[in-house]
Write a protein of this length. Structure first.
Lengths: 220, 220
């Protein structure tokens, strides 16, 4: 498989973790979000991914045909279906819904508001200054994570990870959002459940190898 | 089942369509986004849904226990797992990934940017005027739908609907986003594939009954 990825793209980071957890061999194809006016916006990349967003996964179906997948959560569900073990979703419908809801609360309600293209719109179209831009970032990140802390703290299902004692789709999303939150100096002091799970994830090779600083295109 | 819903909430609208497609009996519990300072932000509602977002689904597992589900896409996957027919996802992993990616492109990359709380932040925190707010709305809606038009137009899998000739999770999301786009007078003239699918959906009772104007809490 080939994953078009940028080291700091958190949607790419989620899929890198899942590929590592599954032990699926893959090549990383770096796409630079800033160089050449944004390589993700190039006509070439858009033939694969018309949204011009990262990541894109190119999967070989075994017969030599290549298939292009977009949207990080759809990729991780796909990886879980074709390589069922270790499972990234629980076995019962209710528990699967719980894990998906944690992932979606990050993928729909936090991350999209802090995406590069959105921050650029704030600056270039709405003339928002740096302070207000960073306040926007922290607002959505902190309020979203605070609600997620409450959700996980009052549910019986979290263990070492968001669901039980093995990592799932939810952890793939949580770790990448905490990375963003720490980078923008969000206040995470009132989120002991999330930070405990984050720490547990950092003990696993699959998460460490997927981290931005350990990518072939990492910049200091 | 009970669905906490607001007639114009597009995430609620997605789940209403899915419940109708499955023929699952349910009660709608209206939550008013504007009255009483936003009923979705009340302490009572937040005991069910700590994000303070709509919808929330309360499912009875048959033994009398009630289970609270959040996030519209997690709910629809759940409904598809407990009531497999008619299927809202295809049978092969690649095709499931395709349908999920269409749904996620709307649920992650379009809708969250046009959510009420985001528009309020633009107005109240960033002093954005009405014109600029509507331009923001149309920008994300039109650019997102234009990319989706391209994706669907160049793929062989769409038929009467986003995938083949039966409605799926993707159509539940598409119709609700087109509703938003039309309400904000987005330019949809260059999106023949999306509009054709949208028209086909409108021929089905499940979609008509789920529409905002046909809800118990609809306002003229």
């Amino acid at each position: 498989m080939k994953l078009y990825s940028y080291f700091r793209s958190s949607a790419s980071y989620r899929v890198r973790i899942a590929l590592n957890l599954k032990g699926i061999a893959h090549d990383i194809v770096p796409v630079h979000l800033f160089k050449h006016g944004g390589e993700q916006l190039s006509q070439l990349y858009r033939t694969l991914n018309s949204d011009g967003l990262l990541p894109t996964l190119v999967a070989d179906d075994g017969s030599g045909s290549q298939h292009v997948l977009t949207q990080s959560l759809a990729m991780i569900e796909y990886l879980d279906e074709i390589h069922p073990m270790p499972a990234l979703l629980p076995s019962t419908p209710l528990d699967r819904a719980f894990v998906r809801s944690v992932a979606l609360s990050i993928a729909c309600d936090m991350h999209p508001l802090n995406n590069l293209r959105v921050l650029r719109y704030l600056v270039h179209e709405l003339n928002v200054d740096d302070n207000a831009k960073n306040a926007w970032y922290r607002h959505w990140c902190e309020s979203g994570l605070a609600a997620l802390e409450l959700t996980l703290a009052r549910d019986k299902r979290p263990g070492k990870f968001c669901y039980g004692d093995s990592p799932t789709l939810a952890d793939c999303c949580l770790v990448t959002q905490i990375f963003n939150a720490q980078r923008l100096k969000c206040d995470l002091s009132a989120m002991p459940t999330l930070m405990r799970i984050h720490e547990n994830c950092q003990q696993l090779d699959a998460f460490v190898k997927a981290a931005p600083q350990n990518q072939p295109d990492a910049e200091v």
